[in-house]
Design a protein around this ligand. Structure first.
Ligand code: ADP
Ligand code: ZN
Length: 747
């Protein structure tokens, strides 16, 4: 597959289609110069003229997509009027499998195919540029006397301490966050010395026999099923469902082992890869080496090497974020999506795609099995199991006989916290008891900052973001009010900006800073660790925090959803959910399902080892089905009930949805376009359009937003309907319409 250009027939051609990484509706046609006529194949990377520029693109051929999804072909241009391809670049071609995948994603999401290619090509082009033996920089002895040390130069020196591994100009400039000229300036000044970069380290081969697990019976059965799927070398989807701690990771690593044993490549998608230190350690324990890693923060060099190692097959296991789907695997033998229910698999900006769903497309094109793992599978996936499209493996018990935590609801109406506080006496006592026994406790609240709303007691004015329909969240440690939807930050004012009254602004409601304040006064002797994305940033800080917890240097953990990830904290025995109702409000179709999944995952942190765990949910609606399901642990019954709610209205998974988000700097332009789209809305048997309505986030980053929602019966594809619909409504340049197929967010 690597040599796809050798396998595909080469016929002399006069014209070819070239897909450019730009937002055109499809590939453009170019003439093929004599000299290239016999040497050009689909997938080749070529340089072409575009306007006055030179662009890099990929020779494309029409791929057989389902007619529903096919995108428009560019209009015929007489061959004589076509501009010629400039040259064929000396780069590995994009395989047919990857090209088909790009076409699929574009067609399914209605993104311009060039934009999908762009996600792919960005790394590819870099891989090429860096493939020549690169020169790097190291520090040269002492600093020359009289060297002028600007802040930019200082940053470079800090980024490259004496004795550190060499970095290329680009890497160094990127790391120090300065221009390349600063680096060159320092080289000229004799501070840096040029060296030849060492050759890239090979991606070490995972050893499937390094440390074999001893599996329990149920685990062994599931593992052998999964190994069989891998051996089949055929497309299939298996849901691996099991409560937290049942050993799902342990088991799917056996499928990875099988895949490596066969000499093929495995891809594991994790929802939050930068928070996966423990996962990496487990992989290393099992296979003796670290896996290749792919996410947006890995740095250019690693990106280049990983891309190349996927292409030449040396990287056997890649664990990555969504974008790892676009790596050029030469022999993909297995795809795993861990925590398949996670909303973070949906990319919301640029090309709007769901990596879980596209992983299945990728695997189908590769003819490989997929494993979806979750303790709380999505209704979509459960429905696919029910209708026989997916296989199902279930683990009912925790590993080693550990019991599931005992979950109770604290009725906040009956045992409310004292005025101005947020922890019920029941929860406070529960935590005290644990701390006295030397056990760990955790408080979970999915809200950063001190308070979600700042209100004037005198006039009722609410502090809002000037650019978004949202309240400003107070961050007391930083003394600011911040918008959580854009970058707007302002100092907390002394006086109310509306009535001018001083000392009248009051914090309403809790964020985790406020809970931390309360906890410090309730548990003065406890060693508290706060875990939120703005207090603990990056993989190493997270790993360090997790280490501290494991070493029992922490008594009470207070965190946002980062604490819900698959951590294993053996000494943690109590989890308190500060606001279990948060997330149940709003118009989100999946609000109940999501809250259930999140809280189940948080609860799963408790009592993973010998000590039994306890979960306390603070709620004002203890009879809500979500609370009842968490208490009974009967997740299946809850999901059956969810399904029955969604079925009659043809809500997913019983129907299909696509959202149109109309936005403009000007409110009336947005309204106008939304009305036009509404007037042209498709209708018919099984096809319905809801809206237009102002989006819940009616203004975001200064853009006014309106939403329309297309809903069809399951057997009706939304793509052709959307294409016809959008083609009918001309838009002015001040208006943008974003298409979101299978929306996850309804904001
Ligand atoms: P899940 O992914 O279902 O939450 P894990 O695979 O993370 O479960 O397993 C939970 C814990 O139990 C982990 O610490 C894991 O190492 C341990 N574990 C699971 N199965 C076994 C086994 N067969 N032998 C030893 N440890 C196991
Ligand atoms: Zn804002």
């Amino acid at each position: 597959m690597v040599q796809s250009s050798l396998l595909e027939p080469i016929a002399p051609r006069k014209r070819v289609s070239v897909l450019l990484p730009l937002p055109f509706p499809g590939p453009l046609d170019y003439a093929v110069p004599e000299a290239l006529a016999e040497h050009l194949s689909p997938g080749d990377v070529v340089a072409v003229p575009l306007g006055g520029r030179r662009e890099t693109g990929v020779v494309w051929e029409p791929t057989p997509l389902p007619t529903d999804l096919a995108f428009p072909v560019s209009p015929e241009v007489a061959a004589s009027r076509l501009r010629p391809i400039r040259e064929r670049l000396d780069l590995p071609p994009l395989s047919r499998e990857l090209r088909r995948f790009i076409d699929w994603v574009a067609a399914y999401t209605l993104a311009p195919p060039g934009m999908v290619l762009a996600m792919c090509l960005r790394s590819h082009l870099r891989s090429i540029q860096g493939s020549a033996p690169a020169a790097g920089w190291v520090r040269q002895g002492d600093l020359p006397t009289g060297l002028r040390l600007t802040p930019a130069r200082k940053a470079v020196l800090e980024a490259l301490p004496a004795g550190a591994e060499p970095l290329t100009t680009t890497e160094l400039a990127e790391k120090a966050d300065v221009g390349a000229s600063v680096v060159r300036g320092l080289a000229d000044a004799g501070v840096l010395r040029s060296v030849v970069m060492p050759p890239p380290p090979p991606f070490a081969l995972p050893d499937p026999l390094h440390r074999l697990p001893v599996l329990e019976d149920a685990q062994a059965i599931a593992a052998s099923e999964l190994r069989n799927r891998v051996q089949e070398r055929a497309f299939s989807v298996t849901l691996l469902e099991g409560v937290t701690g049942s050993g799902k990771t342990e088991i799917y690593l056996e499928a990875v082992a099988e895949c490596v044993q066969m000499g093929r490549q495995a891809l594991v998608l994790l929802p939050e890869i930068s928070l996966s230190a423990q996962w990496m350690d487990r992989f290393t324990r099992r296979f003796g080496v670290r896996p290749a890693v792919w996410h947006s923060e890995i740095g250019q060099k690693a990106r280049r090497l990983t891309w190349a190692a996927c292409e030449d097959g040396t990287a056997k296991v890649v664990v990555g974020a969504r974008s790892a789907l676009f790596l050029p695997f030469s022999d993909l033998g297995l795809v795993i999506v861990d925590e398949e229910h996670e909303g973070t698999f949906k990319q919301e900006d640029g090309v709007t795609y769901n990596a879980r769903d596209m992983a299945i497309v990728r695997a189908r094109l590769a003819g490989s099995p997929v494993i979806l793992a979750s303790a709380t599978p999505s209704l979509e996936t459960l429905n696919n199991v029910e209708t026989g499209r997916y296989r199902h493996l279930v683990l009912v018990a925790r590993h080693g006989g550990a019991s599931m935590p005992d979950t109770r609801v604290i009725d906040m109406r009956e045992t409310p916290p004292p005025r101005g506080l947020f922890l019920s006496p029941v929860l406070v006592d529960g935590i005290k008891a644990r701390l006295e026994r030397g056990e760990q406790a955790m408080l979970f609240l999915n809200r950063r900052g001190y308070a979600p709303l700042t209100l004037c007691r005198t006039c009722g004015h609410r502090m809002e973001c000037p650019h978004c329909t949202s309240w400003l969240v107070e961050h007391r440690r930083k003394h600011v009010l911040a918008c959580h939807y854009c970058e707007h930050v302002e100092p907390v004012p002394q006086a109310c900006p509306s009535c001018g009254e001083t000392d009248s602004l009051t914090a309403i409601g809790p964020g985790i800073e406020r809970i931390t304040e309360e906890a410090r006064s309730e548990f003065p002797d406890a060693r508290i660790l706060v875990m939120a994305s703005d207090t603990i940033s990056g993989p190493s800080a997270t790993a360090e925090a997790v280490e501290k917890i494991s070493r029992r240097e922490v008594d009470l953990i207070i965190g946002t959803q980062i604490v819900a990830k698959g951590w294993h904290f053996p000494h943690l025995t109590l989890v308190g959910v500060v606001d279990a109702d948060l997330g149940l409000g709003g118009a989100d179709l999946r609000a109940g399902e999501r809250t259930m999944q999140l809280l189940h995952q948080v609860a799963g942190r408790a009592g993973r080892a010998e000590a039994p765990g306890e979960v306390l949910l603070q709620s004002f609606s203890p009879l809500h089905p979500v609370m009842q399901a968490l208490v009974s642990g009967d997740f299946a019954a809850f999901m059956t009930e969810e399904a029955e709610q969604r079925r009659p209205g043809f809500w997913p998974p019983f129907g299909r949805l696509a959202a149109l988000i109309v936005s403009s700097e000007y409110a009336d332009a947005a309204d106008h376009a939304a009305r036009d789209l509404g007037a042209a809305a498709p209708h018919g048997e099984g096809v319905e359009v809801l809206g237009p309505v102002p989006a819940p986030l009616a203004v975001l980053r200064g853009r006014h937003r309106r939403r329309l929602l297309l809903r069809t019966h399951r057997n009706i594809a939304v793509q052709p309907i959307l294409r016809r619909w959008l083609a009918q409504v001309p838009l002015t340049s001040s208006v943008r319409v974003d298409v979101d197929v299978d929306p996850v967010s309804f904001m």
